[in-house]
Design a protein around this ligand. Sequence first.
Ligand SMILES: Cc1cc2nc3c(=O)[nH]c(=O)nc-3n(C[C@H](O)[C@H](O)[C@H](O)COP(=O)(O)OP(=O)(O)OC[C@H]3O[C@@H](n4cnc5c(N)ncnc54)[C@H](O)[C@@H]3O)c2cc1C
Length: 476
Amino acid sequence: MRTNNVLIIGGGVIGTAIARALSRYELSITLVEKEVEVGFGASKANSGIIHPGFHDQPGTLKAKLGLSGNVMYDKLCKELDVPLKRIGSLLVALKEEELGILEKLKVQGELNGVPGLKIVKGEALFQMEPNLTKKVKAALYAPGLAVVSPYELTIALAENAQQNGVKVILDAEVKNISSVNGALKRVETKHGFILTDYLINAAGLFADEIASMVEARNFTLLLRKGEEYILDKKTADLVKHVIFPISQKETKGVLIIPTVDGNLMIGPTAKRIEKKSDLSTSREDLQVILNRVRKLVPQISSENIIASFAGIRAGSEKGDFIITPSKKVKGFINVVGIDSPGLTAAPAIAQMVVDILSQEGLKLRKKRDYQPSRKKWIRFRELPSREKGRLVKKDKRYGNIICRCETVSEMEVIEAIKRGARTLDGVKFRTRAGMGRCQGGFCAPRIVQILARELGIKVEEVTKRGRKSNIVLTKK
Ligand SMILES: Cc1cc2nc3c(=O)[nH]c(=O)nc-3n(C[C@H](O)[C@H](O)[C@H](O)COP(=O)(O)OP(=O)(O)OC[C@H]3O[C@@H](n4cnc5c(N)ncnc54)[C@H](O)[C@@H]3O)c2cc1C
């Protein structure tokens, strides 16, 4: 049994960001994830926004790490070859009496250190967003908001961490953790025992269960489900910025989001739930979303919805991130209560965890051969025609278009599998095959066959997302 310097539980954006940040040092690091792929928790089911930082209360970890995380994104995405678009946001006031809230949020943002905030109105505002309802009185413009693909980012963080020596073990649920006299002893996973000096709890929705395996838990998670709806790319030009409403509640409200991939997304809702498995979407909540976004951009229509999903925010009862070492069990660090803006803050959270580990006695010696860059593979649809022709001549699998909606070639699906995709969703999140108008109606059967062929398994064994989500069923 190898003793790790650091074991990370959870392969969401937080666990993988921590793994990558630590991978620049001479350490033995393992990340364990209970699902068959990384990023299958909240990190795949969110709005993909790198928030500018005016929503968060000054003095909180959310405000501090959200702002520094936002600033770190340009370098991070460049190094990982992950698309990032700084499209900015407009928080709109529909009533005269809401203008004071815009001013208040501007002051709050400035206190947090958010640059470039300004109030826009009249002609200037409608030039920025011609399709906004003319009822809008004014808006708070934040140029620093960016959009990213959260699953592409999580996969890239894990890939780059692995490139730098981190061992990632999938389908390895942590079942038990033992400690003796305040010192960690061993971690039991589905695949056996792992020894470690330091243990990071980045288990998202299940972080409370992991913490309870180690010590008397001193936090409670509050679960809030968010439903989101994706619109056909033909609606992409309706808005250019992320549009926020004025929200009276603890959430940021229901938004209109131009995604980094060129769709429009509307949502999320925020409903308190108890069941960690409740990822259902409902007609009623869709109606709530549509009513709210149409008040801002009346042209948005349900006819253009092509997909829906729900994600669960695992916030802490005290309303802020909890990132602290245990006082009782040396080496155990909770990184929990990471709801929004967790994606935004991820790189800064990772840096904070590195600093905590160092304060807790972990020796950090920089690797000479640390490789910060990771290259994504060829995206056929992004190439100019001449280059496409050259590639098809070189390998005819580039000419075999598997997903017609998103123009994904057979070669890209094969490359995704070589890089670690084991499921239909794993291929989808790496290539976008199945994310277009027909939602996999055309490509799913073909991808199932390619997965079976490349992985050397039967088509009946191919799953949508692991566990028992087999796609082709056999008669018993
Ligand atoms: C609807 C919605 C919209 C959001 N929008 C935004 C946004 O626009 N911008 C933003 O900044 N933030 C946003 N967030 C918040 C953001 O998604 C989260 O903060 C972030 O994804 C949390 O990442 P994580 O790694 O902590 O959790 P997760 O992604 O859930 O990862 C935790 C991982 O731990 C694994 N795990 C759990 N138990 C075990 C175990 N026993 N053994 C091994 N592995 C285990 C899980 O399988 C999972 O993969 C949104 C969240 C939601 C739900």
